[in-house]
Design a binder for this molecule. Structure first.
Ligand code: MOS
Length: 730
């Protein structure tokens, strides 16, 4: 099926299941601890061995030798694999950092060995007996502030004449912001079990993108995709960290091949931070010019961010390209090639970091203009795409987000004067920020079948990374085929099923539901043919098909105990991006308190208002947004991977040193969804929301801290050491 034009008013106009607050269908499995996660799939293959991976102890250079004799002689050890025993393994288009093989070390904790043993303890003990001899390379770049960009970047946007408009502007701000490297810190570590059957390998793993993983593993193992099966039905969080093939899967496959037995490998938590990917560091420079009454006339957003040679960096100016109206816009992202681990996607890549700067700079501009920051944003709302004035937004309700939020939050009662509101020892502040995130959709396929008992089954390689995919796909099939949600079984994450969008870039929910919609339409047409009726004359309700006075129970449509099944893929036409900018919008409101003596920042209240088209399920969508708001609070106040500029690694590489918010850090959270549809986005008129929720949160917190104290912290995170010496005197 092709989605070639906006969905008509009649498409899913009056839904019974889609959009309703259906509880998670996988909830019982999750709450009883019985959802099978990759490392615990003891039942899928007998006689599993355990592999313990070892990461390089230098960031750049050569591994000269590995002494393996002691480890090989240790009790319980079955095999020792070292990177020197292999040529550098080829990488697919999705990978930058070396995964295994060869003597070249390109980043700290690059996988250099795997000890396979009968138990985890013997594998780990064996790994400790390996003797590595390195020749570190002294020519390496680990400090972003001292690393020049490659210099060949083109502007992302270059509209009008920024320099002239800025020079002529009566009010200007010129500010620099930095954001640190961040780790996804998902709960479930990267883990894989591999087993070979002849030349075919199966991976029970934890991965967001089944098809990419399959293709990438085939490339890296030098085989063909048809020899690779990936199975990843439950995933304990990803946030971008599991978009791509990683060392756990490669090492498990190599270990299983070497030993002839299934091998399981989990990346130990302290290895994840440097072995896998991170959100890159940014140095952002913003210049905004405005008229005296607050109309923006010029915006420039320049960013520098780290990447491995050949890799991609954090595209922080991305949101600025489309957010505020201006005739003069300049955005550029510069990549500094460095030898830190691989920077790559983390929740709302680009936007999350970029808005930490842009939305704080907007607050600075409002302060300079002596304007309310909500009104400044409303005044500068874009009607057409600032980067390409020929394009409009499919739907854009940003102003409504701001107004609704201001109303709910009690914004009118805010004291605009910084450092002027106290409650005992605490200074109270209120901050606002806008949220912007693109809303892409990707081709997505599914099989939908009527079972002999009249139930429905959905099969797709789509993943549920804790987001609610099982639930919203069950809702979609239930809606389309007229059965209760409980009668729909959803099977996910298996590469034998039709190829879906996978989970990433907040495209997963909207794309995969569109894919299930397409398969349901195909099945309904098949049923119409079987009944000798026209598809448009059928009604699906109460577990039956109704047409022209006759009723047929769904189970009567199956024969000989076999399912009646249809497969289709939703393809999204180019009209979406050719004519429109399809995006999500939001507004975040924060009340924070800052201790007047210690500088400690605490949050009192968080409110998000989201414009994301039809909300497929308000329960799962709310969970996405409050989780993302929590991650935004982490970015604002806690999260930072400290870089060792001499040795080139992230020092705080575990959850004791890399702090994420816990329950006590997060106060009252409220999420409001605007009741809107976006027919340009998908037939379901929905857009993603999982990444929108983090966008702008950190800036809203920074703005609240400024309102509380008069202190503008421009290097995130806002830790108390950056506040304590500057607090207003009592
Ligand atoms: Mo997302 S950062 O594409 O999982």
């Amino acid at each position: 099926m092709r989605f070639d034009k906006p969905a008509g008013d009649s498409v899913l106009a009056d839904t019974k299941v889609i959009g309703k607050p259906v509880h998670r269908v996988d909830g019982p499995l999750k709450t009883t601890g019985t959802a099978p996660y990759a490392y615990e799939r003891h039942d899928v293959a007998a006689n599993q061995l355990v592999g313990w991976p070892v990461g390089a102890a230098i960031a750049k250079g050569k591994l000269k030798s590995v002494g393996t004799k002691k480890a090989e002689a240790a009790p319980g050890v079955v095999a020792v694999l070292t990177t020197l025993q292999f040529d550098r393994l080829p990488l697919s288009q999705w990978n930058t950092a070396n995964l295994f093989g060869g003597d070249q070390i390109e980043h700290y904790h690059q996988a250099v060995a795997l000890v396979v043993a009968e138990t985890l303890e013997t594998a780990r003990a064996g790994a400790a007996m390996l003797e590595f001899d390195y020749a570190p390379d002294t020519e390496a770049s680990f400090d972003l502030s001292k690393t020049a960009p490659t210099g060949d970047e083109q502007p992302l946007s270059d509209v009008g004449n920024f320099e002239k408009a800025y020079a002529d502007a009566p009010v200007t701000i010129d500010v620099n912001y930095t954001t640190p490297a961040e780790s996804h810190a998902m709960m479930e570590p990267h883990a894989s079990i591999a087993a070979w059957d002849g030349d075919e390998v199966t991976l029970w793993t934890s991965n967001q993108m089944i098809q990419w993983d399959k293709m990438a593993l085939a490339t890296t193992l030098k085989t063909t995709p048809d020899k690779v099966r990936i199975d990843s039905p439950y995933i304990g969080g990803g946030f971008g960290s599991k978009l791509f093939l990683r060392a756990d899967a490669v090492l498990a496959a190599l270990g299983a091949k070497r030993t002839g037995k299934p091998v399981k490998v989990q990346l130990p938590r302290p290895m994840i931070f440097n072995n896998t990917t991170h959100r890159g560091l940014t140095e952002q420079h913003l210049k905004i010019g405005a008229t005296q009454d607050g109309k923006i006339v010029a915006i420039s957003h320049e960013n520098k961010s780290n990447a491995l040679p050949g890799g991609s960096s954090e595209k922080a100016p991305a949101p600025t390209q489309h957010f505020y109206a201006t005739d003069n816009l300049y955005c550029i992202n510069r990549t500094a090639e460095m030898h830190l681990p691989e920077s790559n996607a983390m929740r709302a890549p680009g936007e999350a970091s970029g808005l930490m700067a842009l939305e704080a700079a907007m607050d600075e501009l409002a302060e300079k203009l002596d304007m309310d920051p909500v009104e400044l944003r409303i005044m500068n709302d874009a009607k057409v795409d600032p980067s390409n004035p020929n394009k409009t937004f499919s739907r854009r309700h940003f102003v409504e987000c701001l107004r609704t939020g201001a109303d709910r939050f009690g914004w009118s009662k805010r004291n605009r004067k910084p450092g002027d509101t106290r409650e005992g020892a605490w200074l109270i502040g209120h901050g606002v920020a806008g949220a912007y995130r693109g809303a892409p959709a990707q081709a997505s396929g599914a099989e939908v079948a009527i079972r002999p008992d009249g139930g429905v089954v959905v099969r797709t390689d789509m993943t549920d990374i804790g987001t609610g995919s099982y639930t919203i796909l069950a809702q979609t099939a239930a809606e389309m085929l007229g059965v209760p949600v409980e009668r729909v079984r959803v099977e996910l994450g298996d590469s034998r099923y039709p190829v879906s969008s996978g989970s990433g870039g907040q495209f997963g929910a909207v794309s995969s539901t569109a894919g299930v919609y397409a398969a349901c339409v195909a099945l309904r047409k098949k049923i119409a043919d079987e009944l000798g009726k026209k598809h448009d004359d059928l009604t699906f309700a109460d577990g039956a098909v109704h047409a022209g006075g006759s009723t047929t129970e769904l189970k009567k449509l199956t024969r000989g105990g076999r399912e009646l099944s249809a497969i289709d893929t939703m393809h999204f036409g180019d009209f979406r991006s050719e004519k429109y900018v399809v995006s999500t919008f939001g507004a975040h409101f924060i009340e924070a308190r800052v201790h007047s003596l210690t500088g400690e920042v605490r949050l009192n209240r968080m409110l998000a208002v989201c414009d994301a088209g039809r909300i497929l399920n308000p329960i799962t969508a709310r969970s996405q947004v409050i989780g993302a708001m929590t991650m935004g609070a982490g970015a604002a106040l806690l999260e930072e991977m400290a870089v060792d500029h001499d040795r080139g690694f992230f020092v705080n590489h575990d959850l004791a040193g890399y702090e994420v918010p816990v329950h006590l850090d997060i106060p009252h959270q409220e999420v409001v969804f605007l009741d809107v549809l976006d027919p340009v986005s998908t037939p379901l008129k929905a857009k993603g929301v999982g990444e929108l929720g983090i966008c702008g949160v950190a800036a809203a917190i920074a703005n609240a801290v400024n309102n509380a104290t008069g202190i503008r912290v421009r290097d995130y995170p806002i830790t108390l050491d950056k506040i304590v010496g500057k607090l207003p005197t009592i």
